[in-house]
Design a protein around this ligand. Structure first.
Ligand code: GLU
Length: 487
């Protein structure tokens, strides 16, 4: 069923894209905001912004059992966090039932839909083993009036094909004989999703429907409904975006993967990094650049260049992107972005932050983190009181190293011989390492654990300079005394 985008067709589609488009992002508020949804929102937004079009936000909350206003709030706040703003909406489908009912009545009145009182069991019993799956048209000619307990089904033409013109997938053709007479209104009067979407897209004068590939199979039904209800208005241009997959090439799923945008925000990813990364899930600029600002994305993004293959949602690559964006922040911006993480109630040094110390550690920390949630751990050594090295690190680097007492002792004595500062500290420890025939990195381990508590972290000498001479002496002295006391 796959076609290709080429020649005349492509030219037409691209021309259509050059007016001011009206697009919509239409999430269902039934759970956390999925990164795939964020990618869809972003592509709609980039497309609209470049062409001076409008981006409409529509909340598809017709499924009363699964929808929850709290999920809607989460989606709106995640969109705001990503800097994806909307020109109209949010429009709630739950408030638009009258329009769907009117459309269903019209379909019936015009002979495009018929009433059906078959129960699912009856349909199953009749159609088991049929070559074409789905409803068998049993009620088509029965002339039932609509009413309680009766669904309305769309009368799909028996012959011909329905073509979905898709900017990403080319012309996708569906033989009408394979499309069942689908329900447009349930027996309880609720509109089916596909009817609501078409009514809304028509009312909102949507020109381009950009959404996830999982909606492609229902799109011929939408095309049939649009033709029935659209009074001759041209169909929207469709663009079905490739699915996102994990490292095992499985579709990203809530159960297996970290998919909630909220989780990435809470883990300390920067919105600009997220936007840049999401933009590349299915698209890339012609010259292969990877780091693009929001303005560059708006200027360069082309819907018709989105590719069809599944896009790998690569956490390592996202971490890399985030690191690039973190390092590009000014120190003040870095600190401001890190604040919520540093001031979270569960940090072990809550209430003891010192802004001057923090300002001096910021340039060091900025170089070391992939996400902002790593910042508290990295700077904890400067604020935690009382300070104690991590037990495992102490056992390994100090208790477990025969040379540790001597290294610590010589380092302490060396402090008397140099002005206190990163350079002096480095030369002292280099001297100690030389004297003991050790590599500098190996000589650093006991000093690092004694003063900063861990075997890895911010650069040692610069960190000790910030910690200050008195604290460095006290911590090295304490570790030495403890080690000696332990024999
Ligand atoms: N509400 C659908 C979803 O959340 C989107 C439908 C559409 O874009 O047409 O997947």
């Amino acid at each position: 069923m796959d076609g290709s985008v080429g020649g005349e067709r492509l030219a037409t589609l691209v021309r259509m894209s050059e007016g001011a488009p009206r697009v919509r992002f239409a999430p269902s508020p039934t759970g956390y905001f999925h990164v795939g949804g964020a990618r869809t929102a972003l592509y709609n937004w980039l497309f609209a912004r470049r062409l001076g079009g409008q981006f409409v936000l529509r909340i598809e909350d017709t499924d009363r059992e699964r929808s929850d206003p709290a999920w809607t709030d989460g989606i709106l706040s995640a969109l705001r966090w990503l800097g994806i703003d909307w020109d109209e909406g949010p429009i709630h489908q739950s408030e638009r039932r009258a329009g769907y009912e009117a459309a269903a009545r019209r379909l019936f009145a015009e002979g495009r839909a018929y009433a059906c009182d078959c129960t699912p069991d009856e349909v199953r019993a009749r159609t088991a083993g049929n070559p074409v799956p789905g409803y068998d048209g049993h009620c088509r000619a029965r002339g039932l009036e609509p009413g309680p307990g009766r669904a309305l089904r769309f009368k799909v033409p028996d012959e011909g094909t329905t073509v979905v013109c898709d900017l990403v997938r080319g012309d996708v053709e569906f033989a009408n004989a394979t499309i069942e007479d689908f329900v447009v209104q349930k027996s309880n009067g609720d509109a089916l999703f596909v009817l609501a979407v078409v009514v809304d897209d028509l009312d909102l004068r949507i020109t381009h429907v950009v959404r996830g590939e999982e909606h492609l199979p229902t799109t011929p039904k939408a095309v049939l409904l649009w033709e029935a209800l659209g009074d001759g208005r041209p169909l929207p241009v469709f663009a079905h975006l490739p699915i996102l997959v994990n490292e095992q090439r499985q579709k990203l799923s809530k159960r297996r993967d970290k998919v909630a945008v909220e989780d990435y925000r809470d883990a300390g990813y920067l919105p600009e990094a997220m936007v840049n990364y999401l933009a590349l899930l299915g698209w890339a600029p012609a010259d292969g650049r990877e780091v693009l600002t929001r303005d560059e994305l708006v200027a360069e993004f082309r819907l018709e260049d989105v590719n069809r293959s599944p896009a790998f949602f690569d956490l390592k690559r996202l971490g890399h992107f985030n690191g690039v964006y973190v390092r590009a922040l000014g120190d003040d911006a870095f600190l401001a972005a890190s604040r919520p993480f540093l001031e979270a109630p569960d940090v072990p040094f809550a209430g003891r932050l010192d802004d001057q110390v923090l300002a001096r550690l910021a340039p060091l920390a900025k170089e070391r983190v992939a996400t902002l949630s790593e910042v508290p751990d990295l700077v904890a050594f400067a604020f935690v009181e009382p300070f104690d090295p991590d037990p495992g690190a102490y056992d390994k680097a100090i208790a477990g190293d025969d040379a540790a007492p001597e290294i610590l002792e010589r380092f302490l004595a060396g402090l008397d011989t140099v002005p206190f500062g990163a350079d002096g500290l480095r030369s002292v420890l280099t001297g100690v390492a030389d004297a003991l025939g050790r590599k500098l990195a190996k000589a650093q381990a006991p000093v690092r654990v004694a003063t900063m508590g861990r075997p890895i972290g911010l650069p040692l000498f610069e960190s000790l300079e910030v910690l200050g001479e008195a604290t460095v002496r006290a911590r090295v002295g304490a570790a030495l005394a403890r080690r000696r006391g332990e024999g």
